[in-house]
Design a protein around this ligand. Structure first.
Ligand code: PLP
Length: 386
């Protein structure tokens, strides 16, 4: 059976170029970059080259890039740093748990945390942000693109408002980097989280951009790596591969976006012409390939498992365990009721997916849903939201 991987927002396949770039730093050039002997020179240079490459791509300087273990660590660093500095935290109601959980910890420690509402397409309210900001010490953290619905947030506008009130602005760009153009100076963000495995780099590696001049205490302390801001021996192989993967994606960004738009259209057109009812969540301005679709009368989990049996990997917006089905906070925040949220799947296409695969995904969904289609069309014949 042909396997079709359509969960690229969860993780991506490692780029072959990135994989090849890793090998020497595991097998031959394995020296610890902190050492001063000659053997460590290549590790040190590779570390610096990767830092420069990444900085150039996002419009930063190399000294503003701090390597971390990925998105979760970078997000925790932003929030826990704010708690330490006794800042109030303003974030959105659709952030990843890597932001939400440390915020909850902050609340338990007495920090003030506010959650900004979003529109029904998932756009964070700038007006509400302005209302919450005051001259107090604040950290505003709003994601650049949402992982469940793909919506791209108006980060430059939100950062501008935040700076007007002397707040520090952080963005979680984990879903966005490598998939949409990003320049930290144009966005005017103070901190930005990124994760390599979302752009065809290895898992367990990422970085945090911290604007020069911003005083932000380290989260992980110990050795003096990363200018005393992130202790721990650097994973040179993964860092090198991350830079290679990012560069590769950025060089082909326009082509990839166009390709993904084509794949999205194939799926949407097939679903519409099948007359199966569905709701497309998110905004027109979204990470291309990220498709959150709600189907009435079938649970997302059931649809996921039926697709899985047919060799197709997608995900749902709700996390289940045997005793409790939790509805996604993102789908709730955009106003979906429990039933619609439960009937939601996320198809996240990647640059490796083909037109044929997109057509098969749509056909299989139609095949699974066809027994229900008469009922649905009859009940709800205006439900194609595109
Ligand atoms: N932030 C967002 C928006 C994400 O989608 C993810 C991963 O799914 C993370 C943070 C966590 O990143 P990592 O897997 O690198 O820890």
């Amino acid at each position: 059976m042909q396997r079709i991987y359509a969960d690229n927002a969860a993780t991506t396949r490692l780029s072959i170029k990135a994989y090849n770039a890793m090998l020497p730093f595991m097998l031959t050039e394995y020296a610890n970059a902190s050492q001063s002997y000659t053997f460590a020179r290549n590790s040190k240079h590779a570390l610096q080259d990767a830092r420069t490459k990444i900085a150039d791509i996002i419009g930063a300087s190399p000294e503003e890039i701090y390597f971390t273990s990925g998105g979760t660590e970078s997000d925790n660093w932003a929030v826990l740093g704010a708690i330490k500095q006794k800042k109030q935290i303003i974030t959105s109601s659709i952030e990843h748990h890597a932001i939400i959980r440390p915020c909850e910890y902050g609340i338990s420690m007495g920090a003030k945390v506010s959650y900004l509402p979003v529109s029904d397409s998932g756009i964070v309210s700038a007006l509400e942000l302005e209302k919450l900001l005051n001259k107090n010490n604040s950290l505003v953290s709003v994601m650049l693109a949402n992982n469940e619905i793909g919506t791209i947030e108006p980060i430059a506008q939100l950062a501008k408002i935040s700076h007007k009130h002397n707040a520090v602005f952080h963005t979680d760009a984990v879903q966005a980097l490598g998939h949409t153009p990003i320049n930290v100076k144009d966005l005017d963000v103070d901190m930005m989280s990124a994760s390599a495995h979302k752009f065809n780099g290895p898992k367990g590696i990422g970085f945090m951009y911290i604007r020069k001049g911003l005083d932000w205490d380290p989260l992980i302390t110990g050795g003096s790596q990363e200018k005393n801001h992130r202790a721990g021996t650097e994973n040179i192989a993964a860092i090198v591969a991350m830079a290679v993967a990012l560069e590769e994606n950025i060089l082909e960004l326009d082509k990839n976006i166009k390709h993904l738009e084509l794949l999205e259209n194939i799926i949407i057109e097939k679903l519409i012409s099948s007359q199966i009812s569905f709701l497309r969540n998110g905004d027109k301005n979204h990470i291309m390939g990220n498709m959150s679709l709600s189907f009435p009368n079938i649970g997302g989990e059931a649809l996921l498992h039926r697709l899985d049996l047919l060799g197709i990997s997608v995900s749902t917006g709700s996390a289940c365990n045997s005793t409790d089905t939790q509805i996604s906070h993102v789908l709730t925040a955009i106003g979906l009721n429990r039933k619609k949220a439960e009937g939601t799947i996320r198809i996240s296409l990647g640059k490796d997916n083909t037109e044929e695969e997109a057509a098969i995904i749509a056909q299989k969904i139609i095949h699974i849903l066809t027994p229900y289609s008469n009922v649905l069309i009859h009940r709800n014949n205006k439900k194609n939201y595109i």
